[in-house]
Design a protein around this ligand. Structure first.
Ligand code: IMP
Ligand code: MG
Length: 179
């Protein structure tokens, strides 16, 4: 698998430091509260599971899944929720956990859906932010690191369903997706 990677963008060590920093911040910001951290399947599952172990405080987790009509590189504006929450989030403090924010369409839809469920607060935490690609305006509360406009895989991110289990985030060699 490593042979398919052009360069490592966010190393295992950097990811560890990011998770530690975000975990501390979330712990302080939610002191005395029990937030529900909602991982967006499947990509954010790796990040969520490491991040929550950096938070020394009470919390719950849940998951949602979305689909969007796109070609694997571009997500369209039409986002559908394909797996909804198990928990009742009325009056609760929610942190949406994403692997990467690109156009922002996925998150915009999720924020709408969650606000309609009468949560007390909805914040966003993403490992990676491809800010220059944004098509809709979103306030992101916790950002691991900003990244350039390159196609990334690893640490939850996939290409054709693969590479999620790489322990770092890397840039795929162009020949892999040009073939
Ligand atoms: P958005 O709706 O355009 O913000 O898309 C966000 C979703 O697109 C992420 O949750 C990823 O699943 C996917 N995505 C965006 N950029 C990349 C990338 O570089 N590699 C792999 N998946 C990506
Ligand atoms: Mg995703």
């Amino acid at each position: 698998m490593d042979d398919d990677i052009l360069k490592v963008l966010v190393s295992q060590e950097e990811i560890k430091q990011i998770n530690h920093r975000l975990g501390q911040q979330i712990k302080e910001d939610y002191a005395g509260k029990v937030p529900i951290m909602i991982g967006i399947l499947k990509g954010a599952s790796v990040f969520l599971s490491d991040l929550i172990r950096e938070i020394d405080g009470y919390l719950e987790i849940d998951f949602m899944q979305t689909s969007s009509y796109g070609d694997g590189f571009e997500s369209s504006g039409e986002v559908k929720v394909t797996k909804d929450l198990d928990a009742d989030v009325t009056g609760r403090d929610i942190i949406i956990v994403e692997d990467i924010i690109d156009s922002g369409h996925t998150l915009k839809k999720l924020i709408e859906v969650l606000e309609a469920k009468n949560a007390n607060s909805v914040k966003i935490c993403t490992l990676l932010d491809k800010e220059e690609r944004r098509e809709v305006d979103i306030d992101v509360d916790y950002i691991g690191t900003r990244v350039e406009n390159e196609f990334l895989v690893g640490y939850g991110l996939e290409y054709l369903g693969k590479y999620r289990n790489l322990p770092y985030v890397g840039v795929l060699k162009p020949e892999i997706y040009q073939n």
